[in-house]
Design a protein around this ligand. Structure first.
Ligand code: FNR
Length: 374
């Protein structure tokens, strides 16, 4: 990794290279949030504001091994679900799954991925989580659950923060449709990025492949359109039905209010504190803001958190506030779009070595000990 470390020492270097390599409409899809993007900016600002106080004269051998929901992971880091990863660069879902398995971290496949659970399952090598946008039709729900289970996904993530569509203005301006329509506007942007265009031509137009069997009359329209045709805003009864149908770990994603978190005690195995990368509600607090009250409400519940993480230091900051596992969405896609599979490995390496360096500074052996350095 020495060479990559010199050229791309930070995740921001992968961000810069990815941005140059993908067409503008793809970048707008990945990078954008909703509204004025204050929730997205709040994610990074809230992390930047957290200080952790180093200690001296106590050398340590840090150990990043993390246990979550009864399972060991090599780092307290994982890959968050991102819809249409394969649009950002072809093959993303399988390569992210493989990289996660190599590193011993979880990879979460989205319902609205460009690859199916059947295609990605074996690449996860038992490191896969499946994220569910809750289908309105219980028959479709049961079918999706059995496809995920039969493909080797043992942990289910219910994303609960997408009840109503958000406006995502940048995405609209970029005029991205699903399936991708080759308008002159799109072709002109793609022509400026030949490596992306050739790779995409070779692998075929990225589509919402998991949903296709359920999209009667074909998978036309925008990503939001098909997704919203199928999905429902889940209530307590829905969650209970899902709990009855899924015998593995069940996680609820998109929680920001401590009362909502408390209501999940006894039914969810973990709570995922997230504002969806700022893509759903522009006035939503950052996970970093919401975590302390949620941790106070649920002292023993495993907590997962995400949003705006750009370094190992940020991972430790979220753990300091109460998270047990920290997920990143966009950053791993920057790594893959920048450098292919080696870019995902490199992003994980940046996070791992950053955490190890910081834990030396903080004189802590395990990540949760960081809570004593706030
Ligand atoms: C997402 N996210 C998301 N979440 C989810 O539960 N299902 C999904 O299909 C998607 N799709 C998606 C697409 C894109 C392009 C982005 C950027 C994000 C949210 C994602 O899981 C995670 O919460 C955020 O990405 C975390 O913020 P960072 O790490 O991207 O800043």
């Amino acid at each position: 990794m020495t060479d990559l470390d010199d050229h791309y020492p930070a995740l921001s270097d992968l961000y810069d290279r990815a941005r140059r390599r993908v067409p503008r409409f793809v970048w707008e899809y990945l990078d954008s949030a909703t509204g004025g993007e204050s929730a997205k900016h709040a994610n990074t600002a809230a992390l930047d504001a957290i200080c952790l106080t180093p200690r001296i004269l106590s050398p340590v051998e840090p150990d990043l091994t993390t246990t979550l929901m009864g399972r060991k992971w090599s780092l307290p880091v994982g890959i968050a679900p991102v819809g249409m990863s394969g649009l950002i660069w072809p093959g993303a879902e399988v390569e992210l799954a493989r990289a996660a398995a190599r590193a011993g971290i979880p990879y979460c496949l989205s319902t609205v991925a460009a690859a199916t659970p059947e295609e990605v399952g074996s690449a996860t090598a038992d490191h896969g989580w499946f994220q569910l946008y809750p289908p309105r039709d219980p028959g479709i729900r049961r079918d999706m659950l059995s496809r995920a289970r039969n493909s080797g996904f043992k942990t289910l993530i219910l994303t609960a923060d997408v009840g109503t569509p958000s406006r995502r203005e940048r995405q609209r301006r970029a005029r991205l449709t699903n399936p991708m329509r080759l308008t002159p506007h799109i072709v002109a942007q793609a022509a400026l990025c030949p490596a992306w265009s050739f790779a995409t031509l070779r692998s075929g137009t990225p589509r919402l492949r998991t949903l296709e069997p359920y999209a009667h009359g074909g998978a036309g329209g925008t990503t939001g359109h098909i997704g919203y045709q199928l999905r429902v805003s889940p209530d307590r009864a829905y969650l209970e039905a899902l709990r009855a149908e899924w015998d593995g770990p069940l996680v609820v994603k998109g929680v920001l209010h401590p009362d909502d978190a408390a209501s999940l005690d006894g039914i969810a195995d973990a709570v995922w504190v997230s504002n969806h990368g700022g893509r759903q509600f522009d006035a939503a607090p950052a996970a970093a803001r919401a975590l302390p009250a949620i941790r106070a409400a649920l002292p023993d519940m495993p907590l997962i958190a995400d949003g705006g993480v750009r370094s190992g230091t940020d991972v430790l900051r979220l753990i300091a506030l109460g998270a047990d596992m920290v997920m990143l969405g966009r950053a791993f896609h920057h790594g893959y779009a920048a450098l292919g599979p080696a870019g995902i490995d490199h992003a994980i390496h940046i996070l791992r070595t950053g955490m190890l360096a910081d834990m030396g500074q903080l004189a802590i052996v395990t990540p949760p000990e960081v809570r004593a350095r706030l």
